[in-house]
Design a protein around this ligand. Structure first.
Ligand code: F6R
Ligand code: MG
Ligand code: MG
Length: 372
């Protein structure tokens, strides 16, 4: 029997600004998932918070893209929205961009990723959840963990991984339909690098192992501004990554996060800051940021989840958090001057456009020859 792991995450309101969901919202989400387990829709589930988002980790046997699972998640977020409204929380229902559910949460606001697997005898995996950034936050770490021996020593030392991996990469600017490309490492290494260097446009959706054909990782790809046509909050993506044996080890998958790479996100989704790997349930603070990521390690066995191991709750990551804070402070010291503030095409979804249109009308064209 196959097991499906689904993660659906949304910001449906927060305490104190865009900082964290309330305890009552989390209690409501937990109540809903335990009902769904009792009723047999899910075999197991966990609820966690990352910044102002609630993530529902759901294990079931219905396969990916199943409308019952997506509807359950949507309804749960409607319920947490109602709690947020009743408590007068900020941004209640922020990520529910459509009025009524229609079959699948993709394109409706929440971030989602899912994989259907044949459970191995021991099935370790990591749930990554990020806040205040776009889905491209996973480009660098997923590229490095699966394609780069600097992080994945197993590419050199473990025969299982020697044939590399296949990446499915989505052009998220193409909104009429999903537009994807499939490329393999090591053969297409430079082509993959060419795309992933632009995390605002090209985003890793899936990684499959070449030798076994096993699915190794999935990540959410939705960009809220492409759905709403304006800035309505950052995408705050999720990813599921299987680890060990024929896949990179848990430590190899975590290794690239030690860079604390710069991404676009943070305050008003418009600033470049360093991603800070944080403990579960960490809040948002400085400058509506910094961009944060949590990593929860689980094993799943016959549809049941273990407790989570909080993978960034270890003294090593205190040093990285210091580094991330320093990198963010360094970038922030440049204020609104690019690249501290994001590039023009990302700003087009914000109020900057109106300002520029107004100013454009005040520009005067000089008569005579153009200055060379
Ligand atoms: C970023 C984010 C915040 C808000 C900012 C302004 O994803 O959620 O930085 O953009 O706090 O929020 P509003 O416009 O709701 O006052
Ligand atoms: Mg928010
Ligand atoms: Mg958020």
């Amino acid at each position: 029997m196959k097991t499906t792991i689904s993660v659906i995450k949304a910001d449906t309101g927060s305490v104190g600004g865009h900082n964290r969901p309330s305890e009552a919202m989390l209690a409501m989400a937990r109540e809903q998932v335990s009902k769904a387990v009792k009723q047999g829709l899910l075999t197991d589930s966990r609820v966690s918070a990352t910044g102002d988002d609630i993530a529902l980790l759901m294990v079931h046997t219905k396969g990916v893209d199943h409308s019952d699972i997506h509807k359950f998640a949507w309804d749960t977020f409607v319920a947490t929205t109602k709690i947020a409204q009743s408590q007068g929380l900020y941004g209640a229902g922020q990520d529910l961009l459509k009025d009524a559910f229609s079959g699948n949460v993709r394109g409706m606001g929440p971030g989602s990723c899912e994989m259907e697997i044949e459970e191995r005898a021991a099935e370790p995996f990591i749930l990554f959840a990020a806040d205040k950034c776009g889905p491209g936050v996973f480009n660098y770490p997923l590229f490095s963990a699966f394609a780069d021996p600097y992080h994945n020593a197993g590419l050199l030392l473990a025969p299982e991984m020697h044939n590399g991996f296949t990446y499915t990469i989505m052009d998220v600017n193409h909104t009429e339909a999903d537009k994807v490309i499939t490329l393999k490492v090591p053969q297409d290494y430079y082509d993959i690098a060419t795309l992933l260097r632009d995390p605002n446009r090209y985003v890793v959706e899936k990684i499959v192992e070449n030798e076994t054909g096993l699915i190794a990782a999935v990540a959410s790809t939705s960009r809220l501004h492409n759905i709403a046509g304006k800035y309505v909050g950052k995408d705050d993506p999720v990813a599921i990554v299987r680890s060990q044996k024929q896949f990179p080890s848990t430590g190899e998958i975590l290794s690239p996060w030690a860079l604390a790479h710069y991404v676009l996100g943070d305050n008003r989704g418009s600033h470049h800051v360093a991603v800070m790997p944080v403990k579960q349930n960490s809040i948002i603070s400085f400058f509506d940021g910094p961009t944060i990521v949590t990593a929860a390690g689980y094993c799943v066995h016959e549809g049941k989840l273990t407790e989570a191991v909080d993978l960034f709750d270890q003294p090593f990551w205190d040093v990285i958090r210091q580094k991330a804070a320093q990198k963010t402070i360094d970038m922030r010291s440049q204020g609104f001057f690019n690249p501290a503030m994001g590039p023009q095409d990302e700003m087009e979804y914000t109020g900057v456009v109106k300002n520029l249109e107004r100013l454009d009308k005040k520009f005067v064209k000089r008569a005579g020859e153009t200055a060379k």
